[in-house]
Design a protein around this ligand. Structure first.
Ligand code: MLT
Length: 409
């Protein structure tokens, strides 16, 4: 008799975004004449930039000729891309990361989930609340938790509340974790962590022999000076942190798929006898067994963002989304909403009025303004009473959406 992985039975309902999609489809079916504006899932709307498209085409053309055709590529990614990333994303900024510490993959969602596999189930995981649901759900799937409690928290996970009182930066937990998920610029609150705040976490991880799983998927949206784009800007971080970065939000690759995971050579984790093992070596073993790399044309397209024109073009798209965020922040604040984020991030985190629950507000904006956002409580109980708007929309839709919110009863 085939047996299932019972950890899957502990998971709550559906994954957040498909659940929103289901409700929206239902609404559209019942109201076919309404123009629904979607600002829910953080999915990009602007096309790939010209330099990327050109390189993508060239990659396909190479695959079409016998002399340049490529079969399986390296599981870790082609050297040309790993070297470009090491140089432009790290070394040029004074961060000592080399190409052999970089693994190219098809997404940070997969990597932040899959990474759990190389760490034992006796690890205690700390996550923020609210949080990108992948960290919690994959912790459950991997078998590191008990069941879900009435408050929506899984037994065995250390939850670190991120509230307006602490500026959406968690305090150090009282119970000691082994693995700590942090994401800055933050999804969902759109807030950022300063150097001092990140240093506090790096020092803590060093003291506790813990590892920080640092999701920097939104680093390209940092525009203010002094805010770290990489955890490796903090002294000592290479000993305690894995960094995830993505081309999805940086360069519009949500449908093209390319990301990286950085595992420094000096990062170690321990076996039950207390023997240290290089984490990079384990991840390399995992990837070369379960993954055959990202397609050549995609990697070629990704590398184009490091050319002079590519960089400029990508920055323009980021500026476009950030202008959307600014319009949203200002419009919402003008009509009396408490608004957070949206300055160095593509997400605007809004407090609902009159203590309305997140899902009630979701229904209200969908039904009355035909607008889709993401209910804060979907990211964890501390997100209750908040709502996330994504700035990854067309300008025209952002302007219309803000008009409609103004007209809400
Ligand atoms: C989000 O909306 O939080 C993101 O788009 C989800 C993701 O990146 O997987």
């Amino acid at each position: 008799m085939a047996k299932i992985n019972e950890n899957y039975l502990k998971l709550q309902a559906g994954y957040l975004f498909p659940e929103i999609g289901r409700r929206v489809s239902e609404f559209i079916e019942a109201n076919p004449d309404k123009k629904v504006i979607k600002m829910g899932i953080g999915d990009v709307t602007q096309p790939l930039v010209p330099s990327v498209v050109k390189a993508f085409h060239e990659g396909v053309d190479e695959m079409a000729k016998g002399e340049t055709f490529k079969g399986y590529g390296p599981e870790q990614g082609y050297a040309f891309l790993r070297e470009a990333i090491a140089k432009h994303s790290y070394q040029e900024k004074g961060i000592d990361i080399s190409a052999d510490e970089i693994f190219v993959s098809d997404g940070s969602k997969c990597d932040t989930g899959n990474i759990q596999e190389i760490f034992g189930n006796d690890n205690k995981i700390a996550i923020c609340d609210p949080v990108y649901p992948v960290y919690a759900d994959t912790t459950v799937m991997s078998g590191k938790t008990g069941t879900c409690q009435a408050n929506g928290h899984y037994e065995g996970i250390i939850y670190m509340p991120c509230t307006k009182e602490n500026g959406f930066i968690p305090e150090l937990p009282t119970e000691t974790p082994d693995l700590i998920f942090l994401c800055y610029p933050n999804n969902p609150t759109g807030t950022v962590a300063s150097k001092e705040e990140l240093k506090k976490w790096v020092d803590y991880a060093i003291e506790k022999n813990a590892i920080i799983l640092y999701d920097a998927a939104y680093e390209a949206f940092i525009t203010e000076d002094g805010i770290p784009r990489s955890i490796y800007e903090i002294e000592g971080a290479k000993k305690v942190a894995i960094e995830f970065r993505s081309f999805s939000k940086t360069a519009g690759f949500t449908g093209t798929r390319c990301a990286i995971t950085v595992i420094p050579n000096e990062l170690v984790a321990y076996d039950s006898e207390g023997q240290a093992h290089q984490v990079k070596k384990l991840w390399n073993r995992r990837q070369s067994t379960k993954f055959n790399g990202v397609s050549y044309p995609v990697q070629k397209a990704a590398a184009a963002i490091y050319t002079e024109e590519g960089k400029k073009e990508v920055e323009e798209v980021i500026a476009y989304y950030l202008e959307n965020a600014k319009i949203m922040r200002e419009s919402l604040a003008e009509i009396g909403y408490e608004v957070y984020g949206g300055v160095n991030a593509p997400y605007v985190w809004v407090k609902t009025k009159n203590n309305m629950t997140s899902w009630d507000f979701f229904d209200k904006v969908l039904n009355e303004a035909n607008l889709v956002g993401t209910p804060g409580s979907g990211f964890g109980p501390a997100g209750e009473g908040y709502f996330r708007f994504s700035a990854f929309a067309d300008r025209e839709n952002v302007l219309e959406a803000m008009e409609r919110v103004k007209n809400l009863a």
